[in-house]
Design a protein around this ligand. Structure first.
Ligand code: MN
Length: 210
Protein backbone atom coordinates (compact mmCIF):
# COMPACT_ATOMS: atom_id res chain seq x y z
CA UNK A 1 0.00 0.00 0.00
CA UNK A 2 1.28 3.42 -0.92
CA UNK A 3 0.55 6.43 1.25
CA UNK A 4 0.18 10.12 0.54
CA UNK A 5 3.56 11.80 1.12
CA UNK A 6 3.90 14.45 3.83
CA UNK A 7 4.52 18.00 2.63
CA UNK A 8 7.67 19.68 3.99
CA UNK A 9 5.79 23.04 4.26
CA UNK A 10 2.35 24.35 5.17
CA UNK A 11 1.94 26.88 2.38
CA UNK A 12 3.52 28.01 -0.88
CA UNK A 13 1.33 31.10 -1.17
CA UNK A 14 1.18 33.42 -2.95
CA UNK A 15 3.05 31.69 -5.80
CA UNK A 16 0.81 28.63 -5.43
CA UNK A 17 -2.36 29.49 -3.52
CA UNK A 18 -3.48 27.43 -0.55
CA UNK A 19 -6.60 26.49 -2.53
CA UNK A 20 -4.55 25.10 -5.42
CA UNK A 21 -2.24 23.25 -3.02
CA UNK A 22 -5.24 21.81 -1.19
CA UNK A 23 -6.85 20.46 -4.39
CA UNK A 24 -3.61 19.44 -6.11
CA UNK A 25 -2.17 17.58 -3.12
CA UNK A 26 -5.28 16.63 -1.15
CA UNK A 27 -7.54 15.66 -4.07
CA UNK A 28 -5.51 14.95 -7.22
CA UNK A 29 -2.50 13.23 -5.65
CA UNK A 30 -4.68 11.43 -3.09
CA UNK A 31 -6.82 10.05 -5.95
CA UNK A 32 -3.73 8.76 -7.81
CA UNK A 33 -2.56 7.03 -4.60
CA UNK A 34 -5.99 5.49 -3.96
CA UNK A 35 -6.37 4.33 -7.58
CA UNK A 36 -2.91 2.75 -7.56
CA UNK A 37 -3.66 0.87 -4.34
CA UNK A 38 -6.88 -0.50 -5.85
CA UNK A 39 -5.20 -1.58 -9.11
CA UNK A 40 -2.10 -3.33 -7.73
CA UNK A 41 -3.46 -6.46 -5.98
CA UNK A 42 -3.18 -9.40 -8.37
CA UNK A 43 -1.35 -7.39 -11.03
CA UNK A 44 2.04 -9.03 -10.39
CA UNK A 45 3.51 -5.65 -9.41
CA UNK A 46 2.18 -5.54 -5.85
CA UNK A 47 4.99 -5.18 -3.30
CA UNK A 48 7.49 -3.65 -5.74
CA UNK A 49 8.93 -0.17 -5.26
CA UNK A 50 7.12 2.75 -6.86
CA UNK A 51 10.02 3.31 -9.29
CA UNK A 52 10.05 -0.37 -10.33
CA UNK A 53 6.28 -0.31 -10.89
CA UNK A 54 6.58 2.78 -13.10
CA UNK A 55 9.45 1.32 -15.14
CA UNK A 56 7.84 -2.10 -15.61
CA UNK A 57 4.35 -0.75 -16.36
CA UNK A 58 5.78 1.79 -18.83
CA UNK A 59 6.63 -1.05 -21.22
CA UNK A 60 3.03 -2.23 -21.40
CA UNK A 61 0.38 -0.50 -23.47
CA UNK A 62 -3.22 -0.04 -22.44
CA UNK A 63 -5.33 -2.27 -20.21
CA UNK A 64 -4.63 -2.78 -16.52
CA UNK A 65 -0.89 -2.07 -16.95
CA UNK A 66 -1.70 1.18 -18.71
CA UNK A 67 -3.90 2.26 -15.80
CA UNK A 68 -1.23 1.22 -13.29
CA UNK A 69 1.37 3.18 -15.25
CA UNK A 70 -0.77 6.32 -15.33
CA UNK A 71 -1.51 6.26 -11.60
CA UNK A 72 1.92 5.08 -10.40
CA UNK A 73 3.64 7.56 -12.72
CA UNK A 74 1.51 10.39 -11.38
CA UNK A 75 2.24 9.39 -7.77
CA UNK A 76 5.99 9.35 -8.45
CA UNK A 77 5.87 12.61 -10.43
CA UNK A 78 3.91 14.44 -7.73
CA UNK A 79 6.09 13.04 -4.94
CA UNK A 80 9.16 14.49 -6.67
CA UNK A 81 7.30 17.73 -7.49
CA UNK A 82 5.92 18.49 -4.04
CA UNK A 83 9.13 17.61 -2.15
CA UNK A 84 11.34 19.87 -4.31
CA UNK A 85 9.74 23.08 -3.03
CA UNK A 86 10.01 25.15 0.12
CA UNK A 87 8.27 28.37 1.06
CA UNK A 88 10.06 31.29 -0.59
CA UNK A 89 10.82 32.88 2.76
CA UNK A 90 13.06 29.90 3.48
CA UNK A 91 14.01 29.18 -0.13
CA UNK A 92 17.41 27.68 -0.47
CA UNK A 93 19.13 29.84 -3.04
CA UNK A 94 21.09 28.19 -5.77
CA UNK A 95 24.55 27.83 -4.34
CA UNK A 96 27.85 26.76 -5.77
CA UNK A 97 27.45 23.03 -6.29
CA UNK A 98 28.27 20.26 -8.73
CA UNK A 99 24.78 20.63 -10.20
CA UNK A 100 24.94 24.39 -10.71
CA UNK A 101 28.45 24.02 -12.19
CA UNK A 102 27.11 21.47 -14.68
CA UNK A 103 24.15 23.73 -15.56
CA UNK A 104 26.50 26.66 -16.20
CA UNK A 105 28.79 24.42 -18.26
CA UNK A 106 25.93 23.28 -20.51
CA UNK A 107 23.71 26.39 -20.68
CA UNK A 108 26.16 29.22 -19.95
CA UNK A 109 24.20 30.49 -16.94
CA UNK A 110 21.44 29.50 -14.53
CA UNK A 111 19.17 32.14 -16.13
CA UNK A 112 19.72 30.68 -19.61
CA UNK A 113 18.82 27.23 -18.26
CA UNK A 114 15.65 28.58 -16.59
CA UNK A 115 14.64 30.25 -19.85
CA UNK A 116 14.91 26.99 -21.83
CA UNK A 117 13.20 25.00 -19.07
CA UNK A 118 10.24 27.40 -19.01
CA UNK A 119 10.05 27.44 -22.82
CA UNK A 120 9.96 23.63 -22.95
CA UNK A 121 7.19 23.65 -20.33
CA UNK A 122 5.18 26.23 -22.26
CA UNK A 123 5.76 24.33 -25.51
CA UNK A 124 4.55 20.96 -24.22
CA UNK A 125 1.21 20.31 -25.89
CA UNK A 126 -1.54 19.34 -23.45
CA UNK A 127 -0.97 17.81 -20.01
CA UNK A 128 2.42 16.69 -18.80
CA UNK A 129 5.68 17.56 -17.10
CA UNK A 130 8.90 19.33 -18.00
CA UNK A 131 11.90 17.67 -16.36
CA UNK A 132 15.55 18.30 -15.70
CA UNK A 133 17.18 14.86 -15.66
CA UNK A 134 20.70 13.47 -15.42
CA UNK A 135 22.34 10.84 -17.58
CA UNK A 136 24.53 8.25 -15.91
CA UNK A 137 27.68 10.28 -16.77
CA UNK A 138 26.25 13.40 -15.12
CA UNK A 139 25.26 15.23 -18.31
CA UNK A 140 21.96 17.09 -17.92
CA UNK A 141 18.98 17.06 -20.23
CA UNK A 142 15.59 18.82 -20.31
CA UNK A 143 12.70 16.51 -21.24
CA UNK A 144 9.10 17.21 -22.23
CA UNK A 145 7.06 14.31 -20.86
CA UNK A 146 3.36 13.96 -21.74
CA UNK A 147 0.77 12.55 -19.33
CA UNK A 148 2.32 10.52 -16.51
CA UNK A 149 5.74 10.05 -18.14
CA UNK A 150 8.92 10.33 -16.05
CA UNK A 151 12.62 10.33 -17.07
CA UNK A 152 13.11 6.90 -15.46
CA UNK A 153 10.96 5.45 -18.27
CA UNK A 154 13.50 6.66 -20.84
CA UNK A 155 15.85 3.69 -20.54
CA UNK A 156 17.23 1.06 -22.83
CA UNK A 157 17.35 -2.72 -22.38
CA UNK A 158 20.72 -4.48 -22.71
CA UNK A 159 20.85 -7.67 -24.82
CA UNK A 160 20.43 -9.52 -21.50
CA UNK A 161 17.30 -7.52 -20.73
CA UNK A 162 18.79 -5.34 -17.99
CA UNK A 163 17.69 -1.72 -17.65
CA UNK A 164 20.52 0.60 -18.66
CA UNK A 165 21.18 4.15 -19.85
CA UNK A 166 18.38 5.34 -17.59
CA UNK A 167 17.79 8.99 -16.76
CA UNK A 168 17.48 10.26 -13.20
CA UNK A 169 14.74 12.83 -12.49
CA UNK A 170 15.98 15.96 -10.67
CA UNK A 171 13.54 18.86 -11.06
CA UNK A 172 10.07 19.10 -12.54
CA UNK A 173 7.32 21.64 -13.23
CA UNK A 174 3.80 20.24 -13.56
CA UNK A 175 2.06 21.64 -16.63
CA UNK A 176 -1.26 19.83 -16.13
CA UNK A 177 -3.88 22.59 -15.89
CA UNK A 178 -4.88 21.46 -12.37
CA UNK A 179 -1.46 22.72 -11.20
CA UNK A 180 -2.13 26.36 -12.10
CA UNK A 181 -5.60 27.05 -13.48
CA UNK A 182 -7.19 28.36 -10.25
CA UNK A 183 -4.35 30.86 -9.81
CA UNK A 184 -3.11 31.67 -13.31
CA UNK A 185 -5.97 30.50 -15.59
CA UNK A 186 -4.47 29.97 -19.06
CA UNK A 187 -1.22 31.80 -18.28
CA UNK A 188 1.04 28.75 -18.09
CA UNK A 189 4.18 30.78 -18.85
CA UNK A 190 3.51 33.19 -15.98
CA UNK A 191 3.00 30.27 -13.61
CA UNK A 192 6.22 28.51 -14.59
CA UNK A 193 8.21 31.74 -14.33
CA UNK A 194 6.82 32.35 -10.84
CA UNK A 195 7.87 28.92 -9.50
CA UNK A 196 11.64 29.45 -9.34
CA UNK A 197 11.76 31.16 -5.90
CA UNK A 198 10.09 28.04 -4.43
CA UNK A 199 12.71 25.60 -5.71
CA UNK A 200 14.78 24.06 -2.94
CA UNK A 201 18.07 23.66 -4.79
CA UNK A 202 19.52 21.68 -1.91
CA UNK A 203 17.02 18.90 -2.69
CA UNK A 204 17.76 19.03 -6.43
CA UNK A 205 21.50 18.88 -5.69
CA UNK A 206 20.99 15.81 -3.46
CA UNK A 207 19.07 14.07 -6.23
CA UNK A 208 21.95 14.83 -8.61
CA UNK A 209 24.84 13.70 -6.43
CA UNK A 210 23.33 10.73 -4.56
MN1 MN B 1 -0.40 17.61 -10.90
Amino acid sequence: MFELIKLPYKSLAPVISDQTLSFHYGKHLQAYVDNLNKLLPGSGLDGKSLEDIVVLASEASGGLMGSIFNNAGQVLNHNLYFTQFCHFDQAKRAEKSALIAQIVKQWGSLDAFKEEFEAKGVGLFGSGWVWLAAKEDGELVILQCPGADNPICHFERSPKGEVEKSLRPLLTFDVWEHAYYLDYQNRRAAHLQALWPLVNWKVIEERYTK
